[in-house]
Design a protein around this ligand. Structure first.
Ligand code: FCB
Length: 479
């Protein structure tokens, strides 16, 4: 999404705000980031296991082998959510736990873990929201070519069917892919995510096959789940801002909007790839891997769009002012194919421990733009949150005032967007627990709950108590 104009100051947070009745208050996690038990009960390596074990890829050589040990502490974590009064829990299924080679029948012990989790959630009155793919492709499928190959999308549809057969009677809300942009462009473009390839054409092919995987999975789900169950996808829709009003900066923002957002929203929600994207990438690819019928398969009706938002993206054209900070997502290779001459800049404002600018106006603008582009599609914030350098004080308290301020500002922005007409149905805070933050390993803490990694001990932070109160009352208190 491209927006003109400069970032504005954060919304005023003086008055209390009441959210609509039925607004869903949730928290989110992902399998590889929390489960651990990497080799238990038949699970085989995913691309993230392989990547994390490759020296130099992940900070401190951290892996998800143990993570927060959620696999063994599942009950405790559900009890924690119940205690906090969280209404919905977005988690992901580990494909290599359910279908270790990426093909063939399901491993019952793998499915049992999720059956139990879902039963316990339902018993606690927490709505389960399952994501089929949060980046843990079975390594065997990467060895056979990975997401740049069409067969991977077909394999994904078969896996979706296994998951729906096992859980479709109890899970009423499904998300196919989490942030396919990261899978395609960080995984195959800049290589800062697994599997770590640096090939722009592979990244574009991966984007198409992820789109296809989404469409095929929605079909597989719809064939198996009750008519009132919901299907969606979670996109990290970038809120792209041009540095100035110049033509060059506007064109840079348009190009990044195409490569970040419209490469997915185009086929998924409009039924075609944007013409400007096809033209911008013409020197790299003729898109001939898009076969007849693919666009209709990808363009499935969705019940809502999942939006993951952390910070806006500020870009300029080659002749723009200011010094570029990076390629926008770390690493020394660009994730953006065909975006030579686009410079990325640090957005103004305070930053989180990720170095990301805190700017709730980006979320407000994004929600407004999405609701005007897709007026009949409800929106759910499937991720929003912040990492800070949290620590437990000698009394064992974690006083994360900066996270509370971040959440307050972003929830105020969501509330304002709703008041101004955006149909936002829920908010999932990233994350329930401190966890394995991909290439940053355990160095970045996003949790509402502090995890002492050596012991696995969980301590709700001040933000957890604050969020519990917001979830319980549906009211965002004034500052
Ligand atoms: C998102 C990912 C999630 C987490 C947050 C901080 O891009 O979906 O797993 O790492 O960022």
């Amino acid at each position: 999404m491209v927006s003109a104009a400069q970032p504005q100051p954060a919304s005023a947070t003086d008055a209390s705000r009441t959210f609509p009745a039925g607004f869903l208050w949730g928290s989110a996690t992902a399998a590889y980031q929390i489960e651990g038990a990497a080799a238990k009960n038949g699970r085989t390596p995913s691309i993230w296991d392989t990547y994390a074990r490759t020296p130099g890829r992940v900070r401190n050589g951290d892996t998800g082998d143990i993570a927060t040990d959620h696999y063994h502490r599942r009950r405790e974590d559900v009890a924690l959510m119940a205690d906090l009064g969280i209404g919905a829990y977005r988690f992901s299924l580990a494909w290599p736990r359910i279908q270790p080679t990426g093909r063939g029948p399901a491993v019952q012990m793998g499915l049992d873990f999720y059956r139990r989790l879902v039963d316990e959630l339902l018993d606690a009155g927490i709505q389960p929201v399952a994501t089929l793919y949060h980046w843990d492709l079975p390594q065997e499928l990467e060895d056979a070519g990975g997401w740049p190959e069409r067969a991977t999308a077909e394999r994904f549809a078969a896996y979706a069917a296994l998951a729906a057969d096992a859980l479709g009677d109890r899970v009423k809300t499904w998300t196919t892919l989490n942030e396919p942009w990261c899978s395609a462009f960080l995984g195959y473009g800049s290589g800062v995510h697994a599997p770590g390839r640096t090939d722009p054409v592979a990244a574009l092919r991966a984007a198409h096959h992820l789109n296809l995987a989404h469409g095929l999975a929605v079909q597989a789900l719809r064939d198996r789940i009750p008519a009132d169950a919901k299907c969606s996808v979670a996109l990290n829709v970038h809120h792209v801002r041009p540095l100035t009003g110049s033509e060059a900066d506007g064109d840079a923002a348009r190009r990044i909007d195409a490569l970040a957002n419209r490469v997915f929203t185009g086929p998924m929600l409009h039924g075609g790839y944007p013409q400007d994207l096809v033209e911008d990438t013409a020197a790299l690819t003729d898109w001939s891997y898009v076969r007849d019928g693919d666009l209709a398969l990808i363009h499935q009706p969705l019940d809502f769009l999942g939006v993951n938002y952390y910070t806006p993206t500020l870009v300029s054209g080659a002749d723009g002012d200011g010094s570029p900070t990076s390629y926008g997502h770390g690493g020394d290779r660009t994730p953006w194919p065909a975006a030579d001459g686009v410079a990325f800049h640090q957005s103004p404002g305070d930053t989180t421990a990720m170095g990301w600018a805190v700017d709730p106006t980006g979320l407000y603008d994004l929600l407004r733009r999405l609701s005007s582009e897709f007026p009949r599609l409800p929106l759910v914030i499937t991720e929003n949150g912040a990492a800070f350098d949290d620590y437990a004080d000698p009394a064992g308290h974690v006083n994360d005032a900066a996270r509370i301020a971040y959440l307050r500002g972003h929830l105020a922005a969501v509330h304002r967007a709703i008041e101004d007409g955006a149909d936002v149905r829920g908010y999932f805070l990233w994350s329930l627990l401190d966890n394995f933050e991909w290439a940053h390993g355990y160095s970045k803490r996003f949790g509402l709950v502090y995890v002492d990694y050596p012991t696995g001990t969980r301590t709700p932070k001040a933000s957890a108590r604050w969020y519990a109160e917001v979830a319980r009352t549906g009211v965002l208190p004034g500052a």
